[in-house]
Design a protein around this ligand. Structure first.
Ligand code: SF4
Ligand code: SF4
Length: 420
């Protein structure tokens, strides 16, 4: 029987949907490199400087460590503005000049847990949407009992970037997972993959060849790739908040993290480019490239778009303009054209409970949204707003068209910001 979780949606996203192979984005005229909303950018370059591809241009603080910011393309620094909302812009020069990370002093397989942890931070590899992941704390708290799940489940319908990464770079997924095992100091990696994924056979053969791996066949259900849902499906442990692996004794990392770890260790490539799905295209994009460059590359005039979403239809966020930069976690771009339909008018909540039934984080979306609208953020914190993973299931089922996810996100930002 395939593993699954409670809540979520049975969205008809066929594992067999065709998606084109990965191509490389060209014609980028400017990179805009930013840092997370609540972080301060500290540039290490100035306007007029020249940088090689994979060169470091700045850093920001996260979890007590400095996380570097890299450029995927060589070029000239146009602007370098420090602080919150700061940014660095690079005008690419089209050269092949590269400045990879310093080579390792020993084979990757012989690195210690601390050395792999340092490598992940040095290469700015995001782990479950965060940086500077507290591997040391996790190792100390788990006392050798941590379970490591490698998430190879697909994301939301219409987003194929993880599928293409796994299909086209399976060896990096497996070898990168071994590096994450070192960082976590665990002896086993449990791979979670949907039974109907097109790459199920290949990954299951790879797992069978190596006793370090165990395969879990998952039922396709959205959002199966969320940490809370996955831990429940695989271990039976129900959490309201999986952000603390010390508590859950379980770490979930995505296939993207494994590949990024491998590329940093073996190829010296820091994390500054990623595969982005747009319609049936899958394009390797430099982080910081304008979304308009991706649309142009795929033959779509950005001026034809009515709304552009950074992400898929369920988890994505509305872009301000077509020139918003592709971020380190942008897995897809979704475009709505005139005639695709307006956003329906919102009506009062009827307490139908549908949002509660689908919420995989087991919180009360309607109650949190209502208190966020009233700016009662302390109440939102008490009722578990931080556990929201912004999966969008509540928005999808709400018959009153209340923008629940957006309201909850506002409360989350206020609650998390007020901690500092
Ligand atoms: S689904 Fe919408 S209408 Fe129903 S309880 Fe939730 S917020 Fe209210
Ligand atoms: S409240 Fe958050 S976690 Fe729950 S369904 Fe809505 S978006 Fe998903």
């Amino acid at each position: 029987m395939a593993y699954t979780f409670s809540g979520g949606l049975d969205l008809q996203h066929s594992g067999k949907t065709p998606a084109k192979n990965v191509t490389v984005l060209t014609g980028v005229e400017r990179l805009t490199l930013t840092v997370p909303d609540d972080a301060e950018l500290e540039p290490c370059v100035s306007a007029g400087d020249h940088v090689a591809a994979y060169g470091c241009v700045g850093s920001f603080e996260r979890g007590g460590a400095r996380i570097p910011v890299y450029t995927a393309l060589s070029g000239k620094i146009e602007r370098a503005e420090p602080g919150k909302n700061g940014c660095i812009t690079v005008i690419p020069d089209g050269s092949d000049e590269k400045q990879p990370l310093p080579p390792l002093q020993k084979p990757a397989a012989e690195l210690s847990p601390d050395e792999v942890t340092d490598l992940l931070r040095t290469a700015a590899v995001p782990c479950r949407g965060s940086y500077g992941y507290a591997f040391e704390r996790v190792r100390a708290a788990a006392g050798g009992t941590m379970r490591f799940i490698l998430n190879c489940c697909e994301s939301e319908p219409g987003v194929y970037s993880r599928r293409k990464l796994i299909e086209e770079d399976m060896k990096s997924v497996i070898d990168g997972a071994k590096l994450l095992m070192i960082a976590l100091d665990v002896r086993r990696c449990e791979i979670a993959v949907e039974k109907d994924a097109p790459y199920y056979g290949a990954i299951s053969a790879a797992a069978r060849r190596d006793p370090l791996f165990e395969l879990h066949a998952m039922k396709r259900r959205y959002p199966q790739d969320e940490e809370v849902a996955m831990i429940y499906a695989v271990t039976g442990t129900r959490l309201s908040d999986a952000s603390r692996p010390e508590r859950s004794k379980c770490c979930v990392f995505d296939a993207e993290t494994a590949v990024a770890a491998y590329r940093a260790a073996v190829l010296g490539v820091p994390y500054c480019e990623r595969i982005v799905t747009f319609e049936d295209n899958n394009v390797l994009c430099p982080v910081g490239a304008p979304i308009s460059a991706l649309l142009d590359f795929c033959g779509v005039d950005p001026g034809d778009a009515d709304r552009i979403i950074d992400g898929g239809p369920m988890r994505g966020r509305l872009c301000k303009t077509a020139d918003d930069p592709i971020g380190p976690l942008t897995d897809a771009v979704t475009v709505f054209y005139p005639g695709d339909g307006d956003i329906p008018a919102m009506s009062p909540c009827t307490r139908c409970g549908r949002c509660v039934a689908v919420c995989p984080s087991r919180i009360m979306p309607y109650y949190l949204a209502e208190n966020s609208r009233k700016k009662k953020y302390a109440v939102c914190d008490t009722y578990g707003v931080r556990a929201c993973t912004e999966c969008g299931c509540c928005d999808y089922v709400c018959p009153a068209y209340i923008p629940i996810k957006r309201l909850i996100r506002t409360a989350k930002l206020r609650v998390e910001g007020s901690e500092e």
